[in-house]
Design a protein around this ligand. Structure first.
Ligand code: ADP
Ligand code: MG
Length: 691
């Protein structure tokens, strides 16, 4: 008989290809699929009279067709008017076929489900789902709310729903293992896991609109709590373990480091010096360093990392740097090669997109110890990569990697007696209370000043109907030898849609800014092409670079001093700040133009104003948090905070004190449950960090 802890492949309809996709999302056992929660619920349990339907909600209505025609003014559309006893409702379809027009025959009856809008006099639904019915057909509504699941690339929603239904059936005969002891559940006053899962997948039908979120809140919190607890316990354990572990004490290299600092074309800031000192003291010890280096975009974290690298290499050990994108890995490759050009250090790059023969050659150098500095993406820590003598790991822009990836990496090392030192770099300022939970295993260093001579970036907020004048401005600036970025973000779209949008914008701008040189970079290009374009831009052989958000992290071209960001109103402040950080990296006065689509809501307006007022990443993050009420839809996705499967650090911040307290109890009194709970949540999610 199937149990919740059977392999996911045992479910009906799950072959090897689907198994692989699910595994990739952390779904290995049948139970795991129950942790993919509905994004929202649709209510098809009530058939509304049009007049009584709650406006701006998705509702079920039905009526008789009294008119249908094609409208040619404005955007061409199919217009259908229906009527029930209470009122009339206009249906509009912008995508439709001729046969649809014929289907909507006068006097037929139709049942529709969709978002109902009203301007006070008329009711309207755009693109509802619909079904024709016979007038005397007995009307059966659903008897429960319909959960809507998030889409997973490559898995049809119907298929996913079917798998979850199968799992829920199994759950009826055996509940999932409850790892929170009864005593704990009582103390935190939360439902059992089984209760939580059932209610989240099949909430009670009798709920009305607007009550759903509140009704399921406690169940969602139950899961968030367990996830945060599991993560916190893992981190605490790592911290405890680290104290008993041995690392290479990196003693030599003082002179080399001084010489290196002398050789730089700039003087380190006091904050950089302080951070270096803290790191150098740590790696001198024979316990592994576990340190996070925080610093705003452009504060100069890379050179601090370089100093730590140099120390490691002088001590004849290996150091690995992991970057979230291939683009950034390539850029580090260039910076380090330049900085260390006099030092005869063998630097190699290992990324996912390399040719087999190249890869094998590099793997060999890593294994034999011929390569001392290894720069790469997450490919660095996949099976088959064996370091000869790795003493330091540096993770750049760590927020791009999921919590699990980071922790899995540490755990991988923790099996041997000796562990490498770790330095984790992030540009995301994290309020202390959140940091204590999310980075419970790390010490921290902060670079809180920018290099001298940096001028603040002047930011303008402009509606996109002024685009032509913005283009003139770009043209003008580039003619005078400046370089510019043009970012087409279109968040939440697939990589290929983003690529198409950027390509279209590129073609358009190319015509507009002739004879200037223009380049294009997006996630769908081959690595070699991306690198080539980036190099041309760096060498000032391209004046304007049209890009998707692939350039969001780390890209460093100091001569670029103008940035245009489209659809800025749809992006998080932290993300905009990161993007904007691509300019203002040299001594030139830089400008950032945020284009938005009208009309701009008050909240959106306030948010964009913050960017105009300050260049301070920490202040921006703080404001970003304040402006996100609990009901805000954006979530942590764009804040740069660590991503969890269900929990959301901002939304669930109030749970953190409880999490910390219960973690103490569990680790002391319930070792088995503690172990089980961390196992349940430690499936790594490989989807992070790919851009
Ligand atoms: P981030 O902290 O965003 O990773 P980088 O390390 O990429 O920033 O540094 C941004 C730019 O500032 C680079 O061009 C780097 O060489 C330069 N830089 C770093 N430190 C200093 C300094 N003390 N003075 C002047 N320029 C510096
Ligand atoms: Mg950086």
């Amino acid at each position: 008989m199937l149990k919740l802890n059977s392999e996911i492949s045992r479910l009906k309809g799950v072959g090897p290809a689907l198994t692989a996709k699910l595994n990739n999302r952390g779904v290995k056992k049948i139970e795991d699929i129950l942790f993919l929660l509905p994004r929202r619920y649709e209510d098809r349990t009530t058939l509304y009279h049009i007049q009584n339907a709650p406006i701006n909600e998705r509702v079920l209505v039905s009526g008789k067709i009294i008119e249908s025609k094609i409208l040619f003014y404005g955007r061409r559309s199919l217009f259908v008017k229906i009527q029930d006893h209470s009122a009339e409702l206009n249906l509009r379809f912008f995508y439709f076929s001729r046969s649809q027009l014929q289907q909507f025959k006068k006097s037929s009856h139709v049942r529709c489900f969709g978002l109902i809008k009203s301007n006070g006099r008329k009711y309207e639904m755009i693109h509802p789902e619909y079904r024709f019915i016979s007038p005397d057909e007995e009307f059966k509504t659903d008897n429960k709310l319909t959960p809507i699941y998030p889409s997973i690339e490559g898995i049809q929603t119907g298929r996913l729903r079917n798998l979850i239904d199968q799992a829920l059936k199994i759950m009826r005969t055996s509940n999932p293992d409850e790892f929170l002891p009864r005593k704990v559940l009582k103390e935190i006053k939360m439902p059992t896991l089984g209760d939580a899962l059932i209610n989240l997948h099949q909430p009670p039908a009798k709920l009305k609109h607007g009550q759903i979120d509140e009704a399921i809140n406690s169940y969602k919190e139950r899961l968030s709590f367990e996830e945060l607890l599991a993560n916190y316990i893992r981190l605490r354990k790592l911290k405890l373990l680290a104290a008993n572990m041995v690392a290479d004490s990196l003693r030599f290299g003082k002179d080399e480091i001084n010489q290196f600092i002398q050789s730089l074309e700039f003087k380190l800031t006091a904050a950089q010096e302080r951070a270096c000192e803290e790191i150098l003291i740590d790696i001198n010890k024979s316990q592994p360093m576990m340190r996070m280096l925080q610093g705003d975009v452009g504060s100069g974290k890379t050179v601090v990392a370089a100093i730590a690298c140099l120390k490691t290499i002088v001590n004849k050990k290996q150091v690995a740097i992991m970057a979230p994108t291939e683009l950034l890995a390539e850029q580090h490759m260039e910076s380090f090669s330049m900085w260390f050009s006099q030092l005869n250090i063998n630097i190699v790059k290992l990324t996912g997109g390399q040719k087999k023969s190249t890869r094998e050659n590099i793997l060999m150098q890593i294994q034999k110890g011929d390569a001392s500095l290894i720069i790469g993406t997450h490919a660095l820590f996949q099976d088959g990569v064996n370091f000869k003598d790795l003493a330091l790991i540096i993770i750049d822009e760590q927020h791009r990697f999921g919590v699990n990836q980071r922790v899995a990496l540490r755990e991988k090392g923790s099996h041997s007696k000796k562990q490498p030192h770790q330095l984790i770099m992030t540009a995301t300022p994290i309020p202390r209370t959140l940091a204590m939970a999310a980075y419970a295993d790390l010490d921290s260093s902060i670079i809180d000043e920018l290099p001298i001579g940096r001028q603040s970036i002047e930011t303008l907020v402009i509606p996109n109907d002024k685009r032509p004048s913005v283009i003139e401005r770009v043209k003008d600036a580039c003619t005078k030898g400046q370089q510019a970025y043009w970012v087409c973000p279109l968040i939440d779209e697939s990589e290929s849609i983003k690529a198409d949008a950027a390509t279209a914008r590129y073609e358009y701008l190319k015509k507009m800014i002739k004879p200037l040189r223009i380049g294009l970079i997006h996630g769908r290009q081959k690595n070699a092409d991306k690198e080539n374009t980036m190099r041309l831009f760096k060498d000032a052989k391209i004046d304007l670079l049209v890009a998707t958000t692939v350039i969001e992290v780390g890209v460093n071209v100091p001569n670029a001093s103008l940035m245009i960001i489209e659809n800025a109103e749809r992006m998080g402040l932290t993300q905009l700040h990161q993007l904007r950080g691509r300019v203002g990296r040299g001594n030139k006065k830089s400008h950032c133009i945020l284009l938005y689509k009208k009309p701009l809501g008050t909240l959106a307006h306030d948010r964009l104003s913050i960017l105009r007022e300050t260049n301070d990443g920490f202040a921006i993050a703080q404001k970003d948090l304040e402006l996100r009420g609990p009901g805000e839809m954006l979530g942590t996705k764009q804040t740069g905070l660590p991503q969890y499967r269900i929990a959301d650090l901002l939304r669930d911040a109030h749970l953190l004190p409880k999490v910390q307290k219960i973690a103490g109890t569990m680790m002391l009194d319930f070792p088995d449950e503690t172990k089980n709970i961390t196992m349940r949540w430690s499936n790594s999610d490989h989807n992070y960090g790919k851009v």
